[in-house]
Ligand binder design. Structure first.
Ligand SMILES: Cc1cc2nc3c(=O)[nH]c(=O)nc-3n(C[C@H](O)[C@H](O)[C@H](O)COP(=O)(O)O)c2cc1C
Length: 170
């Protein structure tokens, strides 16, 4: 299976998430892109890309943006019936890029409250790769920091995504 879930949350650095999706699609991967509500807001602020609220409209818009068809899927974050929510069709890997402290904390605590967090839970349960790309550094001992996810639930974590502002990405 070559399918990868990419999550964009409300941390700064949404351009990294978009670029990741671009590269995965270029590498012929099947990509499912999920965005949190805050992720959509920060994406619009940082990149100007305003996504439709309805999942079907959003999917059409995303496919147009990336210039692909069936290789890209998308679900509403409250769609717990989406196939990726089930252990029997768990994705090969889940990458949350950028990953907010809120999402990291909820995954660390096992408090999955939306489809993205559920899919991260499934990845842990099914021992698939779960990669978090936080903007904030990992060295803090605060509860909910990605370090807690790594230590507490055996999760892989990438380095921090670096500070991006609207100005920095033009
Ligand atoms: C412009 C902007 C930038 C933000 N950057 C970060 C960030 O880098 N890291 C973070 O943890 N939260 C950041 N936040 C706050 C999150 O969006 C907020 O905590 C949100 O509840 C996260 O929700 P989510 O985990 O469901 O995406 C930012 C918010 C805004 C409006």
């Amino acid at each position: 299976m070559n399918n990868i879930v990419v999550g964009i949350t409300g941390a700064s650095g949404s351009i990294y998430g978009l670029r990741l999706v671009e590269e995965l699609l270029r590498a012929q991967k099947q990509v499912c892109l999920l965005l949190t509500a805050a992720g959509r807001q920060v994406l619009a602020f940082e990149t100007g890309l305003q996504l439709a609220d309805q999942a079907e409209d959003c999917l059409a818009q995303l496919r147009g943006h990336f210039g692909v068809e069936k290789s890209l899927t998308h679900y509403a974050l409250n769609d717990f019936f989406a196939p990726i929510a089930s252990g029997s069709s768990a994705p090969q890997a889940v990458v949350i890029c950028p990953c907010s402290m809120g999402t990291a904390g909820r995954i660390a605590a096992g408090l999955s409250d939306n489809l993205l967090e559920r899919v991260a839970d499934v990845a842990l349960k099914e021992q698939r790769k779960l990669l978090l790309v936080p903007r904030n550094p990992l060295q803090s001992d605060s509860p909910g920091e990605p370090a807690a996810v790594v230590k507490g639930r055996g999760t892989d974590s990438a380095g921090d995504a670096g500070l991006l502002s609207k100005t920095a990405i033009g």
